[in-house]
Design a protein around this ligand. Structure first.
Ligand code: PRP
Ligand code: URA
Length: 219
C-alpha cells in the first residue's frame, strides 16, 4: 500500500483519499467474505465520498435568489452540467453513488473489456452526451490496473471533443498510475488506494479481485 507521501516521492501523480471513512469501507470491501449486496452498497457509499473529493474545486458563481427573509447572491455551480462517464461494466458500480450526489449530471458509457491474454482494452460500446468540450468529464472505473482500459477510454473521449477530464477509481496499481500519467498527463486521478503491484495476470495485489464479478455476482 502506498500513502500519498510515498506516491509523491515516487513522482506518481494521483490524489489518494486517505479519509478514515473511505479507508474503513474499502477494507470491508476487500474481504473475500463480503457478499455481493454488501460489496455493492459499500461501493455506493465510497463513491459519495470520492465524488466529494473530485468536485472539491468546481467553479462557483453567485446567482440572485430570495430566501424567506431577504434577497441574496448565492453560490451555485458554474457552467454546463458535468458528465460522468462509466467504463463498463464495473464503472456502473461507482456511477450510481456519483449520481446520488449530483443527480443532474449527464452520463456517458464506454464499453471496454480487457483481453485476458494480451490485457489490451477491447471496445464494444460508446455513447456520450453532446457538447463534451464544454463539460467537466469525470471518468469512473473502480480498478486502474495496467491502465490500458482507462487510457483507451480517455483517448476516445478526447477524440470526441472532451478537454477537461478527471479519472476516479477505487484501487490503483503504481504501474497503472505511471502509465496513465504518461499517456494523459493533463487528467488528474483520484483514488481511494494505491496498492502494492500487479501480478502476472494483471490483477492488483492485494486488490479486491475482479470488480465486475464482485459487483454483479458473476462468479
Ligand atoms: C476491469 C476494470 C477495468 C479494467 C482495469 O474491467 O473494471 O475496466 O479491468 O484493468 P486495466 O487497467 O488493466 O485495463 P474488465 O476488463 O474486467 O471488464 P468488466 O468491467 O466488464 O468486468
Ligand atoms: N480488473 C479488476 O477488476 N481487478 C483487477 O485487480 C485488475 C483488473
Amino acid at each position: 500500500m502506498h500513502t500519498q507521501k510515498q506516491l509523491d516521492e515516487k513522482g506518481l501523480k494521483a490524489t489518494v483519499v486517505e479519509h478514515p471513512l473511505v479507508q474503513h469501507k474499502l477494507s470491508l470491501m476487500r474481504s473475500k467474505e463480503q457478499p455481493v449486496t454488501a460489496f455493492r452498497s459499500l461501493l455506493r457509499e465510497i463513491s459519495w465520498l470520492l465524488c466529494y473529493e473530485v468536485c472539491r474545486d468546481l467553479p462557483l458563481e453567485d446567482q440572485p435568489i430570495e430566501t424567506p427573509v431577504e434577497a441574496m447572491n448565492a453560490p451555485m455551480l458554474q457552467g454546463k452540467k458535468l458528465a460522468f462517464v462509466s467504463i463498463l461494466r464495473a464503472g456502473n458500480g461507482l456511477l450510481d453513488g456519483m449520481l446520488d450526489v449530483i443527480p443532474s449530471a449527464r452520463v456517458g458509457h464506454v464499453g471496454l473489456f480487457r483481453d485476458p491474454k494480451t490485457l489490451e482494452a477491447v471496445e464494444y460500446y460508446y455513447k456520450v452526451p453532446h457538447s463534451m468540450s464544454e463539460r467537466l468529464i469525470v471518468v469512473v472505473d473502480p480498478m486502474l490496473a495496467t491502465a490500458n482500459s482507462a487510457i483507451a477510454a480517455v483517448q476516445k473521449l478526447k477524440e470526441g471533443g472532451a478537454i477537461n477530464l478527471r479519472f476516479v477509481c477505487l484501487v490503483a496499481a503504481p504501474e497503472g498510475i505511471a502509465a496513465f500519467n504518461k499517456a494523459h498527463p493533463d487528467v488528474p486521478i483520484v483514488t481511494a488506494a494505491v496498492d502494492s503491484h500487479l501480478n502476472d495476470h494483471g490483477y492488483i495485489v492485494p486488490g479486491l479481485g475482479d470488480a465486475g464479478d464482485r459487483i454483479f455476482g458473476t462468479k
